[in-house]
Design a protein around this ligand. Structure first.
Ligand code: AMP
Length: 285
């Protein structure tokens, strides 16, 4: 298992793998890996000959009052877990390698980046699309794996790849949850025991919505009220947003039809958590 931190060294390895006819799978992460990340790595390994995992806490996707300084990090553990899951190489660049002094270029996807998380985290998605473009250009993978946990991020990356004619297959992977339903997240480690319990209302509210829809409820405002009231039953949880939108365009809808995304974000203690459920449409993996 190699750990590489420069663009030049990584490019040399990728070039040599490609010259041997090997396919390259790529899993971009911010590290502190959990089973959610590992499911992406395993899938990448099953579908590609050589798997690159990037571990880079990208400062440009954090706002000034966000949790960049307390974002958990543990490269040694990440290396061990990645290797066990089938990764061949970790790309772990410094901030200076990714953003050398004098960098002036950003990548911006309009419209779908302005809703949901984009509304409460201005500049977040520009940070994401810029770093992902750079990573795509450095790794030049055949396939890149993204979790549906970050449903809006996935939609934004898919749009960017389509709009900019990037020759990369984006592979969506389902959310991995703890046994009690909490969506796995590197940030969960920053929850106190009490907050961890309170956070369960997030997945519970989505399950309640799913059940209602399965029983035939089609009205978005009725489903919205249920999700809201389940979350509000826990006073430690502060809702940022609950959105029930078209699963592809992220446009607001009135009725459940086709692929629908129910997405939410909430502050639990000091930690901002997101969760979502995709209903209808084609299941991706
Ligand atoms: P992050 O390290 O949080 O930037 O996440 C890196 C990748 O792992 C992203 O594509 C995420 O959507 C994905 N991911 C994070 N948590 C989960 C999860 N619980 N289930 C599936 N994928 C996940």
């Amino acid at each position: 298992m190699q750990i590489v931190s420069t663009v030049e060294a990584l490019r040399k390895i990728i070039k040599s793998k490609k010259s041997e006819g090997k396919s390259i799978g790529f899993v971009p992460t911010m590290g502190f890996l959990h089973e959610g990340h590992l499911s992406l790595i395993k899938r990448a390994k099953a579908e590609n000959d050589f798997v690159v995992v990037s571990v880079f806490v990208n400062p440009t996707q954090f706002g000034p009052n966000e949790d960049l300084s307390v974002y958990p990090r543990d490269l040694e553990r990440d290396t061990e877990l990645s290797e066990k899951s089938g990764a061949d190489l970790i790309f772990h660049p410094t901030v200076e390698v990714m953003y050398p002094e004098g960098s002036k270029t950003t990548v911006n996807v309009t419209d779908i980046t302005e809703k949901l998380c984009g509304a409460s985290r201005p500049g977040h998605f520009q940070g994401v699309t810029t770093v992902v473009t750079k990573l795509f250009n450095i790794v030049s993978p055949h396939r890149a794996y993204f979790g549906e946990k970050d449903a809006q991020q996935l939609a934004v990356i898919q749009k960017m790849v389509e709009d900019l004619n990037m020759d990369i297959e984006v592979v969506p992977c389902p959310i991995v949850r703890e046994k009690d339903g909490l969506a796995m997240s590197s940030r969960n480690v920053n929850l106190t025991e009490e907050d961890r319990k309170a956070a369960l209302v997030l997945s519970k509210s989505l399950m309640a919505a799913k059940e209602m829809i399965e029983q035939g409820e089609k009205k978005v405002d009725v489903i919205y009220e249920t999700v809201k009231s389940v979350i509000e039953s826990e006073n430690k949880v502060e809702i940022d947003y609950i959105e029930i939108v078209d699963g592809v365009t992220l446009e607001a809808i009135d009725e459940i039809e086709g692929k629908v995304l129910i997405a939410l974000a909430a502050k639990v203690g000091k930690v901002r958590l997101i969760d979502n459920i995709i209903i209808g449409g084609q299941k991706c993996c």
